[in-house]
Design a protein around this ligand. Structure first.
Ligand SMILES: Cc1ncc(COP(=O)(O)O)c(C=O)c1O
Length: 432
């Protein structure tokens, strides 16, 4: 039970202070206790706590925030539809893609492709774009128009980065061929897979996949719910590879978790087609009561100011470089098979046999032990069910705080390695 937060630390109901190495849920990029954001929310609540976006109404902060995002987003992602979070941003994107192809006379374009291990939320259609089986089983997902290809997973690919990129591009082309180019609407991918275990693709992978989509007339949807707002270094993760997506989904860092909000950014071309090809006077039946909520938008504007004028994105770049350096020695730890980082986003893959890259037997309960012992050691990170660790500290973390995070994480890994069953599993493989 968490009670308060300051900087990169949170305090629980028993007064235990924890270093939040996961920024809440990869969202509190500006850290806790940013007073100017609280003031912005308060001022907006006093002025106008709510305005609908239906029936041609709008509020100033929502319009101003949309313009600010469009000005910063890559390419011609000039049009913004606000949601309440990431899942409904992905869901809205799917609805807009369907509408776009129907209204432009290509109703056969229905199929959508994404990556195994990708996460795109848990709405009833979006969960089928997600490539994690727990979001499918018993939920009748994915639907017959949703497909997956393997993720670019360098640690578990036998070949060079260039071969991995070529393999991914070939898999995408093969899937498009199988479904028929005329039937494929869109490809969804995160610049770095987050909830699927922080899987960092080779440099140039995202650009190669974008190019393949362009060649085949398939819309490229960048799901930047985690990677947006400096998490991987630049303002948007797509910019790392110089990619200009057709559609981008945002949430989390959009308001740094201080108020709920998500967004879909549409390219001018898609927006124009939807706006102009619809019958004159037609109502486009998509909306949300809290779309463009003025308080969330006011929060988002102040968060954006802190990212830029407050130097938070720049600090994340410096501390992100330091994070990679500080984590590197953990490569020698007996439980660590792989360390992957991009900016202030990192993943560690736990193995009990480094040579064979064997994941710990689930009976050892490694993820639960990591989370439990980490908590005791005063550090929060994500211990994924398949023994991967996710790290995403607030971008305000200093290099000293990054060191403290790594210190506490190392102690936690040491203690898990010393657990009798885990130590036995490590000894067994050492003897083989
Ligand atoms: C890439 C990505 N897309 C979509 C979502 C869903 O966002 P939300 O939990 O705000 O609905 C998430 C959440 O972690 C995400 O990481």
């Amino acid at each position: 039970m968490l009670q308060s937060g300051k900087g990169i630390f949170v305090t629980d109901a028993d007064g235990h202070v924890l270093l939040d190495g996961f920024a809440g849920l990869w969202c509190v990029n500006i850290g806790y206790g940013q007073h100017s954001v609280v003031q912005a929310a308060k001022a907006q609540m006093e002025r106008l706590p709510y305005a609908t976006g239906y029936f041609h109404f709008a509020s100033e902060p929502a319009v101003e925030f949309a313009a600010a995002l469009a000005a910063r987003a890559p390419g011609d992602l000039n049009r913004v539809f606000f949601t309440q979070g990431g899942s409904d941003a992905v869901d809205s994107a799917i609805r807009m893609i369907r509408y776009y192809f129907n209204v432009t006379g290509r109703p056969a374009k229905k199929h959508m492709i994404a990556l195994d291990r990708g996460y795109h939320g848990s709405s009833s259609i979006g969960a089928g774009i997600t490539g994690l089986s727990v979001f499918h089983i018993y939920f009748d997902a994915p639907s017959p128009f949703q497909h997956h290809i393997p993720a670019a997973y360098p640690y578990r690919f036998a070949g060079t980065p260039a071969e991995l990129i070529a393999d991914s591009v070939a898999q995408l082309h093969a899937k498009i061929d199988e479904l028929g180019e005329a039937n494929v609407a869109a490809f969804f991918a995160e610049p770095v897979i987050g909830s699927g275990g922080v899987i960092v693709p080779p440099d140039g992978w995202y650009a190669a996949m974008r190019e393949a989509c362009r060649e085949r007339g398939v819309l490229f949807v960048a799901d930047e719910v985690i990677t947006g707002f400096g998490r991987t270094g630049p303002m948007f993760g797509s910019q790392y590879d110089g990619v200009e997506p057709d559609i981008m989904t945002l949430a989390k860092g959009l308001t740094a978790g201080y108020a709920p909000m998500g967004a879909v950014l549409l390219s001018e071309r898609i927006y124009r087609a939807i706006a102009e090809e619809s019958k004159p006077g037609a109502v486009i039946g998509h909306g949300l009561t809290y779309s463009g909520h003025p308080v969330s938008a006011a929060v988002g504007l102040e968060v954006l100011r802190l990212y830029e004028e407050g130097g938070i994105i720049a600090n994340g770049v410096t501390s992100g470089r330091h994070l990679a350096t500080a984590l590197a020695p953990l490569g020698d730890h007996p439980l660590v098979g792989d360390i992957r980082t991009r900016g202030m986003l990192a993943g560690i893959e736990i193995v009990t046999d480094k040579a064979a890259k064997t994941r710990p037997d689930s009976a050892l309960g490694v993820p639960d032990a990591l989370a439990r012992i980490g908590y005791r050691n005063g550090v929060i990170f994500r211990a994924f069910g398949d023994s991967m660790i996710g790290i995403a500290p607030p971008l305000v973390a200093t290099t000293r705080e990054v060191d403290l995070l790594v210190e506490r994480l190392t102690r936690t890994l040491d203690e898990v390695a010393a657990m009798p069953d885990v130590a036995q599993a490590l000894r067994t493989t050492a003897h083989v």
